[in-house]
Design a protein around this ligand. Structure first.
Ligand code: SF4
Length: 314
């Protein structure tokens, strides 16, 4: 019995075969870095969350073709794809330029969906409408908003330069455009405890979002968080503690919320802590969360109380 509604399970049921996300990195920046909203970015930001193997110097077509080739070698020729615009703020640009990128991604017949990561304060109605036009053409379109915490004091502490209201507003408008919404959360941010993580899960339940990403806070070198960590003013969560908190959050989220991510991966020596946030230990962390739910005789959604929901359906 599957205790967690992972994206791979959802996608297999929806498309009848394996769906692989192809992460791409483009030369975007972020309004929290370029001075529009703030400078320096979120205190944990390391290269806008760009995966190690990607370079924005490589063209979008090259990145997609390389992603398709590799995934098909590994998972077989029937695999289909979502292009995942991952690093920095992927809706922060001129509408025409954005459209050109999304058009390029949908040129490939193996691509059946788009997944666009952004900030909740960077989702204008024009961008949402444009993304929705791909949905009208038969693509599945997810928009991913970084929230990280439902505690406004935390958002200030980590220099997010947006509020909870921005997230609520962005989610409601994205839903009006019939986009699927995924929200990123981080467990273990400075000053937070279990009550905060659970409140974040409850907010996402109330907003009836279709997907979540949950991962532990991890410290990368040359960030503000690294300085706090090195000065002994901040500690990351141990694996057992993270596993227990993630299981608590999953119990609160509805059983049909799609779980896109449950841990984070980075490489040493840029990764300072925790030691389990590596590519090599990814499956171990996920397995530990599944085992924790099993040990409790529990599963995702077991404690979820979906209220009226701010927006019905999806
Ligand atoms: S919103 Fe994302 S890209 Fe921008 S500063 Fe924060 S973590 Fe970095």
């Amino acid at each position: 019995m599957e205790r967690i509604n992972f994206f791979r399970l959802y996608a297999k049921e929806r498309f009848g075969r394996r769906i692989q996300k192809i992460p791409v990195a483009l030369p975007f920046t972020c309004p929290n870095i370029d001075g529009t909203k703030g400078r320096g970015g979120c205190i944990y930001c390391y290269r806008g969350s760009r995966p190690e193997h990607l370079s924005p110097r490589q063209s979008l077509r090259e990145q997609i073709e390389e992603g398709i080739r590799r995934a098909r070698e590994r998972y077989g020729r029937r695999t289909l794809f979502f292009v995942y615009f991952q690093s920095y703020t992927n809706t922060y640009g001129e509408l025409e330029e954005l459209k050109e990128l999304y058009d390029t991604a949908t040129e490939y017949e193996e691509v059946v969906g788009l997944d666009v990561g952004t900030r909740p304060d960077c989702a204008t109605d024009e961008v949402l409408e444009m993304l929705s036009s791909y949905r009208d053409r038969g693509y599945e379109v997810w928009i991913e908003f970084g929230l990280q915490s439902a505690n406004f004091e935390t958002l200030k502490r980590i220099n997010r330069a947006h509020g909870i209201s921005d997230l609520v507003d962005a989610v409601l408008r994205a839903k009006r455009h019939a986009l699927k919404v995924c929200v990123h959360t981080i467990v273990g941010l400075p000053g937070e405890d279990r009550v905060d993580f659970l409140e974040t899960a409850k907010l996402l339940t109330a907003l009836n979002v279709e997907g979540v990403k949950i991962h532990p806070v991890y410290v990368m070198r040359n960030t503000v968080l690294a300085r706090l960590y090195e000065e002994g003013r901040f500690k990351t969560l141990g694996l057992r503690e993270y596993v227990s908190c993630a299981a608590d959050m999953l119990e609160l989220l509805p059983e049909d919320t799609v779980v896109h991510r449950l841990t984070a991966e980075a490489k040493r020596p840029a990764l300072l802590s925790p030691e389990y946030c590596t590519y090599e230990r990814k499956l171990e962390v996920i397995r530990a969360i599944e085992e924790e739910l099993e040990r409790r005789g529990s599963r995702q959604g077991i404690k979820s109380v979906r209220g009226v929901g701010l927006v019905e359906g999806a």
